[in-house]
Write a protein that binds this ligand. Structure first.
Ligand SMILES: Cc1cc2nc3c(=O)[nH]c(=O)nc-3n(C[C@H](O)[C@H](O)[C@H](O)COP(=O)(O)OP(=O)(O)OC[C@H]3O[C@@H](n4cnc5c(N)ncnc54)[C@H](O)[C@@H]3O)c2cc1C
Length: 336
């Protein structure tokens, strides 16, 4: 078996990482065969589009590359349909497909990189919508015994960039299919300021889902670095939430600190602002750096190692902690 399978083209950071073995899986039957193959090195780990991982060292086990395709729409009621999607489907193409089928719900999540199977892992979200609001169930195959469990959304412990798959079930199995509940005549969600501005610019006053998706795509293309040009994994850190009292104390020193209600008496602070005001925006450290326009996005400026990017993220964590007393949490999954 090849012991140095390159993962360079399989992660959007463009890190030149390796795995002991890489197996492309097109079906649950292929997954079960892989799980029973004693020649494949353990542990198993799943790779989708590689848009939320940082490879910091060689991966000793087997990487299972999710290639499970298929989309089926089943009408459920006058206004809703269920869409069953293979976990290996491309997320953005799935959003476009749902819109072409006259179904709405996914439009605010257009252009997020990656696969359908990874979407529940960190409950992807953008522009005021989280995927948990659309998920009906998640099909999960356990590595230990191949057992299939269909998790209802209510059992997935979804939170802000969080789910049961990132915690109790982390590394224990593979999401092979996700079922979404989508709508025929739902009102669009344009509460997020930038979408309203973008629609206004285009002279659209009563937008449909397709127009909202197009607005989201234009905003994202103008704001976020394209991984095909500059290696990155989107937001590197989560936006921290603080107890109200901690926020109020901080606000005395930093009156301009932006904040949003986060529920349960907590306040969300944009991590990008904290990083920028710790002096890191646009800074380069060797071959790793912080994007000049998006302080939340760490970049590979060319041939950086994962360890270099990790070290930069550690320096940022420490500086933010020292300046604001806030501990940032990495959103990106660090491998191995
Ligand atoms: C430019 C850019 C913009 C982004 N914007 C956003 C955004 O707006 N909102 C947002 O939420 N995210 C965003 N992201 C992050 C990323 O796109 C999402 O987290 C996405 O869901 C990752 O999908 P993936 O298939 O690439 O997962 P991968 O990076 O391949 O995997 C991520 C983690 O999930 C696990 N995993 C993946 N698939 C499965 C599976 N089928 N079963 C079990 N475990 C699995 C992996 O083992 C890994 O630990 C952005 C990333 C980039 C590069």
């Amino acid at each position: 078996m090849d012991t140095t399978v390159s993962l360079r083209t399989l992660n959007t950071f463009g890190i030149d990482g390796t795995a002991a073995a890489l197996v492309a899986l097109h079906s649950e039957a292929e997954l079960l065969t892989a799980l029973q193959n004693p020649a494949l090195p353990r542990p198993f780990r799943v790779l989708g589009g590689g848009s939320n991982i940082l490879l910091t060292a060689p991966v000793s086990g087997t990487v299972l590359h999710n290639k499970m395709l298929g989309k089926t729409i089943v009408p459920e009621s006058e206004n809703t349909s269920l869409m069953h999607c293979g976990g290996g489907e491309n997320w953005h193409q799935t959003v476009l497909y749902s819109l072409q089928q006259g179904l709405s719900g996914m439009e605010n999540l257009a252009l997020i990189p990656g696969t359908v199977g990874a979407a529940p892992i960190q409950n992807i979200g953008a522009y005021g919508v989280e995927v948990k609001d659309l998920i009906q169930s998640v099909r999960f195959v356990a590595f230990a015994d191949g057992r299939v469990t269909e998790y209802a959304a209510a059992d997935c412990a979804f939170g802000y960039r969080d789910s049961i798959f990132k915690n109790a079930l982390r590394g224990t199995g593979m999401i092979t299919q996700v079922t979404f509940r989508l709508f025929r005549n739902a009102a669009v969600n344009v509460r997020y300021g930038a979408i309203g501005d973008e629609l206004q610019k285009a002279g659209i006053t009563e937008p449909n889902s397709q127009q909202v998706a197009e607005a989201v795509m234009r905003i994202r293309q103008s704001k976020l670095p394209d991984p095909a040009v500059t290696g990155n994994a989107g937001s590197f850190f989560k936006n921290p939430t603080l107890p109200l009292a901690q926020y109020e104390a901080l606000q005395k020193t930093f009156p301009e600190l932006p904040h949003y209600p986060a529920g349960d008496g907590r306040v969300k602070i944009p991590a990008g602002w904290l990083i920028e005001h710790s002096g890191w925006k646009g800074k380069i450290a060797g071959r790793a750096g912080v994007h000049p326009f998006q302080a939340l996005v760490l970049i590979n400026t060319g041939n950086a190692t994962g360890a270099e990017i990790w070290a930069l993220s550690q320096q940022i964590l420490e500086d933010v902690q020292q300046r604001f007393g806030i501990e940032l949490e990495r959103e990106v999954q660090v491998w191995p």
